[in-house]
Write a protein that binds this ligand. Structure first.
Ligand code: SAH
Length: 335
């Protein structure tokens, strides 16, 4: 049995859409980002981003906002949605990457909102600065990477410094967001200092300013010279790992194929390696070698030092018997 239309009329179908519009060019905005904005009654965002969707704004309420009003924006979005309106909050890149998605949910929960209630929330994903900047410099993020914001407006410096130290040590490729502003100029110098403790001075660094915008600019440099470059609020800094290289103006982080295949010998599989299987130094092979080295007299402490892993981790793995290799399972893709 169908409920009459008017049955729902007391509950206005309001909606908040957190729309990531990508780096800042119309071509790199998704179809859903455009349709979500077209669907909205109210569009909220910085002037620069609003200009990009000017053709979609006819008949809508448009709220052009400044930088520091994130919580106010989330509160007014909730008020409008509770009144039955559809609100699009525009973020550059992805709304969930150093964007409005987090503060919006925080404000909503504080106001007693639940996902089952009268206000729907949709997050529309977009290409984040790290995707756009990586695309412009080559393939720097093809292995493990992370993002760190150098903004200490809401995060204590020791927290930021600890993360910089940890990822520098762990050999991640790193994308630094909010690297420098008019007032925050020393953070990038401190980041460099922490990285140089773990990485070579000639580690490749790319600084991308205004990716896919009018003043786009890409500079290749090194960790040693990074802090002297022209870096600002619209820059993202990409720091390579210990295998990243620059060739013909392209920054590339190897996927690891050279560990398994001889790239000079027409791609022949290296001795002891097998396509579709973990490396001989993958978990099982490594555990086996660990047992052998330990049985041959290498102490837990020595093994921990050599592999740069915690002593209690080495001890725990040695205590656990090896599993028989699962030889009959199908092969895996390496992509
Ligand atoms: N939500 C955004 C990030 C906002 S934080 C995203 O997902 O991309 C703002 C920082 O993002 C800037 O300081 C800069 O480091 C980076 N950024 C945003 N757009 C950029 C662009 N077009 N080119 C280079 N860096 C950009």
């Amino acid at each position: 049995m169908n409920a009459p239309e008017s049955f729902d009329a007391a509950v206005p179908a309001g909606k908040i859409m957190l729309v990531g519009i990508g780096p800042g060019s119309v071509e790199h905005m998704t179809a859903r980002a455009r349709s979500a904005i077209a669907e909205a009654d109210v569009v909220v965002g910085y002037v620069t981003y609003i200009k990009l969707v000017a053709d979609l704004l006819d008949g809508k309420e448009v709220v052009r906002k400044g930088m520091t009003e994130e919580l106010d924006r989330a509160v007014s979005a909730l008020d409008a949605a509770r009144a039955g309106r559809k609100v699009a909050l525009i973020s550059s890149g992805d709304a969930g990457v150093y964007g409005m998605a987090g503060p919006t949910y925080e404000v909503l929960f504080q106001a007693g909102w639940t996902p089952e209630g009268d206000v729907a929330v949709e997050i529309v994903p977009g290409a984040s600065a790290l995707n756009s900047c990586a695309a412009l410099v080559g393939a720097p993020l093809t292995h493990d990477f992370c993002a760190i914001s150098l903004s200490d407006l809401l995060t204590p410096w020791p927290v930021i410094a600890r993360r910089l130290d940890a990822v520098a040590m762990a050999d991640f490729v790193v994308a630094l967001y909010n690297p420098k502003s008019g007032r925050r100029t020393r953070q990038i110098v401190e980041a460099q200092r922490l990285f140089l403790r773990h990485r070579r001075a000639d580690t490749p660094v790319a600084i991308v300013k205004s990716a896919y915008r009018r003043r786009q600019n890409v500079v290749f440099t090194t960790l040693a010279q990074m802090a002297e470059q022209d870096i600002g609020m619209l820059s993202t800094v990409l720091i390579g790992n210990s295998s990243t290289f620059v060739r013909d103006g392209l920054m590339v982080t190897p996927r690891g194929y050279a560990n398994k295949y001889d790239m000079d010998e027409g791609g022949a599989t290296r001795d002891g390696e097998k396509a579709g299987r973990s490396l001989s130094t993958g978990l099982n092979g490594w555990l086996e070698a660990l047992q052998i080295d330990h049985a041959a007299g290498e102490s837990v402490e020595q093994l921990a030092a050599r592999h740069r892993l915690p002593i209690d981790y080495i001890r725990a793995t040695l205590d656990e018997p090896l599993e028989a290799a699962a030889a009959d399972l199908p092969e895996e893709s390496e992509a």
